[in-house]
Every structure is written in C-alpha cells, then in structure tokens.
Write a protein that binds this ligand. Structure first.
Ligand code: SAH
Ligand code: SF4
Length: 352
C-alpha cells in the first residue's frame, strides 16, 4: 500500500515524535527536517546520509508531497514566474514567484478553485474543486525556495524566500486549519524560517475565521478584500457578503485589530465607473473611520468572465488623495505585474 503520510504536513515536533515512536533518534528527524527545508530535496532518495534502515522505514511510512511542475511561464519583464503544479489527482493549482529588487515573494494557493464566487475573479469563476492539504500548501513554498536556490536571478543573485502572500487560488479562511498549520511550518526557525511579519493572509471576509485569528493571535498580516463600502454594493461583487454582511465584517475587523494591536490591509479592486469615484473613496474613509488601516488599491486585472475594466491611474491617484487628505488613511496602488502571463491578482484559474 502507498504511504499516506506527507512529510510536508508535519510540524518539526511531530516529525521528531514520529521518529521516537519508530525508536529512532530524534537526531535523524532533525536531519530529515534540514533535507526538507534547507536543502529542499525533491525526492526521498536525496536523503543520502540517512542510515539505510531509517530511510527504508521512512519510505514505507511516508512520502514527500512535492508537486511536479506541469508548466512554467515567465512574464516579459522577467519579474514574475507562474508555476502550474500538479496535484496527485488530475488537478492543478497555481503558485506565483515574484522577484523585485531585494524582495522575493511567493503567492500561494489554499484551495483548488474557490467557492466564494467573486464576480471579477478567475478563480471564483471556475468554482470550487477542493481544499488543499497542509502538505500541499507547504509544498508550494518549498517549490519556490528550491527554484531560488537552483536558479539565481537575472543578476546572478541567489535569494531566499522571504515573503509569502496567501493570495493565490482559494479562500484561506475557508480552509482554516490546513492554512494555519502550514503557516506554523513556514515560520519554523529551523526550516523556511519566515517571519510572521512577512506572511500575509488575504480573506474575502470570512467573519468566523477573522474572529478565530483574533482569538488565537496568529502572527501574520491580515488583508481583507473590501471592494465596496456599502452592503448592497459589496454583495453585488462578492457573494460571500450575503452570508457575512459588511456590518459584521467591520465589527470582526475591529475585534481583530483590538486583540492583536495590528492594522489591517483593506484590498480594493478598482473597477472603472463602479467603485472608483470620489464618493466611493469618501465612503471607504468613513467606513474605516479611526480603525488602524491601510488600503491596497488593485487596478482590475482582466478575466474572461467579467466585462469591467481597470480604473485609470488618475482615478486611483484621486482615490488615494482623498483617503490621505480627508481621512489620514495610507494607501498603495498595487503594481501591475505578471498580467501578460495571467499571474496577476484574480487571474489564477486552471481548466481542470
Ligand atoms: N480569496 C482571498 C485571496 C485571493 S484573491 C481574497 O479574496 O481576499 C487576492 C486579491 O485579489 C483579493 O483582494 C481579490 O479580491 C483580488 N482580485 C480578485 N480578482 C481580481 C481581479 N480580476 N483584478 C484585481 N484583483 C482581483
Ligand atoms: Fe475566491 Fe478570493 Fe477569488 Fe473571491 S477573490 S473568488 S474569495 S479567490
């Protein structure tokens, strides 16, 4: 029978306990952990200096859930690479590596497809296939780290993965346990060793998930996809708003900020003529009020299933000025990267 235990799904302590239960020294577990997250081997056979009896037992009981690359595409500006990765069944997910000056970021998927159905999002347009396991989420980060180790950048610089955004396919708080365990594995200081400060989880506004993050005080940055400042306007773009209305969402955000002392990033996809007017900017300003907030404006990226277009840069600038001058709310306009390979926000979709 094939082993069912994915090594990428284990915390370091769990791996250690497993070795103890097999009556092996935890020293071997520590060596395996380094193979997984420092050397980023892609097959158990790469663990060459494990004693043969240890490797044999490991192969009998566990597997390495590396996700093979079905397709790699590179953006023309050389900064973005998109990996189509194969899941064990005949499904695929997408992981994006963004490499700008001194900043390497992996955009990671949490589900195959998404159940939330936001009208302008390619992943929402394809529907929900299934949740990813912790191992499948971790395997994406290891994939990116392996690429960084083996393929230096344009200037010959080999970099370490330092930032993770859970903004790929899927709604991370709809798959809470698997995602949070993956984040704990990302943060392990003897592994990928990512700082919680450099992990951002973006949610469509799953209220129970936000409240749970607040209670558990998870070390990460929270981004909430807002897109509209009225319940009616938001529900038209984000069907999940019917289940978790704007008033409940804002109350959960307040609770989160109070419990963690952290500001929240609010994402706002700018759609021309839809949510980019001066009045829209003032409505966001009033909604966020005195809450600790930063607004990330994302000019709409094109997708097949939605006819809207991106706001012009003047509208984005006007929006920013109103937030800054009238409400003292900082904001950024997300740079458009990877659009030519459909690796921009909301463009990830796989016909599988
Ligand atoms: N499910 C999570 C995270 C993935 S989407 C969420 O919705 O927050 C990451 C961000 O991209 C979200 O803010 C989402 O609203 C935005 N987005 C989706 N489709 C987009 C598109 N076509 N153009 C620009 N941004 C988009
Ligand atoms: Fe799902 Fe996020 Fe896309 Fe909405 S924007 S459909 S929540 S991935």
């Amino acid at each position: 029978m094939n082993p069912t235990l994915d090594l990428y799904s284990l915390l370091r302590d769990e791996l250690s306990q497993l070795f103890i239960s097999w009556e092996f020294s935890p020293v071997h577990a520590a060596r395996v952990w380094r193979y997984l997250y420092w050397e980023c081997i892609d097959s158990l056979d790469g663990m060459q200096d494990l004693p043969p009896r240890v490797l044999r037992k490991l192969k009998e009981e566990a597997f390495l859930g590396s996700l093979p690359t079905a397709l790699e595409t590179r953006s023309s500006d050389g900064f973005t690479r998109k990996y189509l990765l194969n899941l064990p069944e005949d499904r695929k997910i997408e992981t994006v590596l963004m490499r700008y000056t001194g900043r390497v970021t992996a955009c990671i998927s949490s589900q195959a497809g998404c159940a939330m159905g936001c009208v302008f999002c390619a992943t929402g347009q394809m529907g929900f296939s299934r949740h990813l396991t912790t191992g499948e989420i971790v395997a994406q980060a290891v994939h990116v780290q392996r690429i960084l180790r083996t393929q230096p950048g344009e200037h010959g610089d080999s970099q370490r993965l330092r930032n993770i955004v859970l903004m790929g396919m899927g709604e991370p708080l709809h798959n809470y346990d698997a995602v949070i365990k993956a984040i704990d594995i990302f943060r392990d200081s003897a592994g990928l060793s990512l700082s919680g400060d450099r992990i951002t989880l973006s949610t469509v506004g799953v209220v129970p998930g936000i409240l749970r993050l607040a209670k558990e005080k998870k070390l990460l940055h929270l981004a909430v996809s807002l897109h509209a400042a009225t319940q009616e306007g938001r529900a038209a773009l984000v069907p999940a708003a019917k289940k978790w209305p704007l008033s409940e969402l804002m109350a959960a955000c307040q609770t989160y900020s109070e419990a963690t002392g952290k500001r929240i990033f609010y994402e706002w996809t700018l759609i021309e003529g839809k949510n980019d007017s001066e009045e829209d900017a003032r409505a966001v300003g009033r909604l966020l009020g005195k809450m600790p907030a930063q607004v990330n404006l994302i000019p709409l990226n094109p997708t097949q299933g939605y006819a809207g277009t991106a706001s012009r840069s003047e509208s984005a600038r006007r929006f920013q000025n109103i937030l800054a001058d009238e409400f003292s709310i900082p904001s950024t306009v997300r740079q458009r990267r990877g659009i030519d390979i459909a690796a921009g926000c909301g463009q990830l979709a796989v016909n599988a």
